[in-house]
Design a binder for this molecule. Sequence first.
Ligand code: PEP
Ligand code: MG
Length: 849
Amino acid sequence: MIHKPQQAAKVLGNKPMSLIITSPLRGWATTLDSVPDPVFAQRMMGDGVAIQPLGDTVVAPFDGEVVTLHDAGHAISLRSAEGAEILIHVGLDTVMLKGEGFTPLVAIGDTVSRGDPLIRFDLDAVALAATSLITPVIVTNAETFAISRRTVDCAIGACEALMTLVPVQAETRRRSDDGTVVEQAVTLSLPHGIHARPAARIGETARAFEAEVHLLNGDKRGDARSTVALLALGTGFGDEVVVQARGGDAEAALAAIVALLATDMGEGAPAATSITTPVPASAGQVLRAGQIGGVIASPGLAMGPAARLQQAEIAVARDGSGPAGERAALLAARGDVRGQIAKRADSADGSVAAVMHAHLALIDDPELLAGAEKRIAEGRSAGFAWRGAVHDQVDAIRATGNAHLIERIDDLIDIERQLLSTLTNTPLGSNAIPAGAIVVAEDLLPSQLVTLAAAKPAGICLARGGPTSHVAILCAGMGLPALVAVGDALDAVADGAPLLLDAEMGHLTVAPSPADSEAFTARLAKRDARREAARAAARDACQTGDGTRIEIFANIGTVEDALLAAAQGAEGSGLVRSEFLFLDRETAPSEDEQQAAYQGIANALLGKPVIIRLLDIGGDKPAAYIPIAQEENPALGQRGIRVALARPDLLETQLRAILRVEPVGQCKIMIPMVASIDELRQVRALVDRLRGEMGIATPIEVGVMVETPAAAMTADLLAAEADFLSIGTNDLTQYVLAMDRGNPAVAAGVDAMHPAVLRMIGETCRLATARGRWVGVCGGLASDPAALPILVGLGVTELSAVPGFVAEAKQIVRGLTLIEARAHAELALQCKSAAEIRALARAFEETRR
Ligand code: PEP
Ligand code: MG
């Protein structure tokens, strides 16, 4: 019977309702592919997960009703209140046992709650008698529910999250009167709507079918195979889109795309708010005459003459010389450009290569090609046709009003210009940029930046652009200071005008006074001298001028980071972001894999302390195989240690891997996102149990991260039981200021130098040191030169910075005395804003020339 649930199409706010299916058994979760029975492996009964049982009791996977219970007691199906139907089939060919070894504990029609025992079975007897014990857990009404997340290839406990289901709203499926088109509406679970990555997956899925598939959002319609067309739909989380399929395998294509769209495609939870216009970083700072504020896209300082980038205008003839010739010309030009981009991608590093790959997809985008072909067929030239096709898409994306998508327009314009340059044989005409100049432009395309970087400019200043554009990402990767979104005021900056680019404070000074230039030169010189001295003394221990020992550690994720950190003189690692091992993969890393990774890091740091942060998943760091229900506020939901404690299998595996690293004790354990002492106690108890089991007598230090105001305010309670405290200023800032660290709309305000955050840090140090525990900082503030004197003055004695800043951090600390750092910190705590504190920090730095 097909049950049409009453509530399947119900939405909660504008969010599709999802349902967590918890595991009915303790055991090993695996995919249906590994079930040696085609009925299950080929999903004839539906999709799901299989469990190799280690426990002998099947429990209810949700609150619901028992719908069927086989006489042989080996199979049971249940229906949830939301209408999801699940079949649990214990073992294969177990029907033959005719009930032998199975004890049903419920009856058909019973109402059960999640975790209620349903069937008990004799594990050993059934294992001996059955073909296999493997137990498929199947969603039998796939026409109404799709699996958006599932747990596979890992140990799982009964009642732990196994699958997340979302309604697919099959009742909205329709067929056109002539029968050629099928369509279905689906509510998007994608947290950021269809942006580039989901668009690529949709395109890939659509290409597997012959049918033409289109997506409709309101009156906008896009080919499912075209990235740009899907972007131009301007969709967001919770939008209802209609999928239309036409052609031979239309039904199958529709089902596949709808099933994909019903999931979150591993993108995690939605952002708390939509992106709006970025706020200039200069908000809150007082700009003087001659200064223009902008958004910091890549931090740093630069001084030099303005070099206005001349954009060569590429003229194209309107009419072509015949469709055949124009088509051939376009094809050849696309081939050439594809070759040039592929070459750049091959010789580039991570971020540049990623951008180049995005461009490669655009050169073959079917929507662009169709737009160009239409114009060529109407008699237009190849260049005119390509430009028209690109601009159709640019207009469509711009019309969405979605800032995140609009930043991707640059990539389209880039592809337009590269192709037209090749087609018309017009050099792309970046005028020569003198080395050491500050490039000033309306906007910059990624490929232009890659080309002009060879001229070694000192900095970049753009009237437009956004802090998350590809150009911003590339500048940061190249260490090139950059300001973006400076606005029309930049038009008045003449070519050759002397400029001071302050991408630490977020402003540009045009034609500075001699005094300003002198002060800026001094800052630059000081920075250079400090870097030079720092490099020379990188390996020396670090203490303040009056003898207070301050340890300078590094934040790392990989063995490569550890090697770099050691070369920079790091005295250990204050934060190993172990989640890097867990992200961007289908299954959790095994104990052996983790042990090898941690041992590699410990070896690279030559016996120095290594503080491994336990898995910090959730919020902005989703892992597909650790299902977390859709959350209204992911940053306030299942994050950090809350996830780890809910998945003791993962936590135990990680702890065992850490405890196996030699020499024992080199690795310390740090708990992320602690909000209460109970979390510390649970982890400590687990560590002690495992030490007992593994025969480890050496005590293992367990510390907590201070990332929540709760942890900061109870630092004394935590310090009574923790071995150390380390402040994660990135999260502490977002929670203290109630500003999402990943939301560009509030990015300018998310400054850890806010007096509220510094007061929290001061209080943490006061409370913890009174209990004799050391306090470190491993958040971004430990890599901010302006903040170090304040942190030391507040009582922080360990700083864990990005590896590239370690030597410089040591040098800054050596130039301080504790007495003056304390006085400076006192003043900082009395300031009224982050801007005031930054001005104070600048003044403090000036006094130290
Ligand atoms: C922090 O929150 O400051 C921190 C170090 O953790 P992450 O940035 O990895 O969340
Ligand atoms: Mg954090």
